[in-house]
Design a protein around this ligand. Sequence first.
Ligand code: VGL
Ligand code: ZN
Length: 201
Amino acid sequence: MNDVTEALIVIDVQNDFCPGGALAVEGGDEIIPRINRLMQEVPVVVLTQDWHPEEHSSFAALHGQAPFSQIDMPYGPQTLWPSHCVWGSKGAEFHPHLDIDPADLVIRKGFRPQIDSYSAFFENDHKTPTGLAGYLRERGITDLTLVGLALDFCVAWSAIDAVKLGFNVRVLEGACRAIDLGGSLAAARAAMIDAGVALEV
Ligand code: VGL
Ligand code: ZN
């Protein structure tokens, strides 16, 4: 019998999203002690890792454009980022204070050069699956708690996709930090509430 139905999804707690990193999120490292405690409490733990090839199409430098500008990709609008989480680099590693041992699964995303992947479930075309939903369903997981970086991008996109896939989803905002680019935090919070994500402290 399977009585384990809850999983903790820890989004992108990597060096490049923490202070000193290439796409640093303010206070990104402050959430780590709480996440480490949560990993002891929740029976199934999944970590995501943003994992880009050196020439990834979400990198501003590849397009000769300024970071944080936007372009149109075949799959829709795409924000251009400073180069970050290049696979094999220090910046792509999990933050050294994150206790990664309790993790059952590490899922990497964003490894295809031509498409970005904010969500832990689908790439930014909203169609190409990462395989995470199948993994969770096969293990009988119905309830997800999401934490990590960044609240207004990868956490929000993951949470909204998770609801669409039929999971009960809560986001612990106190265990997240946001990039907040041109109102993206307010927009992401509204979109999560609208989708049926429970926002908790
Ligand atoms: C993220 C921008 C680019 C995130 C990843 O983890 O929120 N944001 N790649
Ligand atoms: Zn990325």
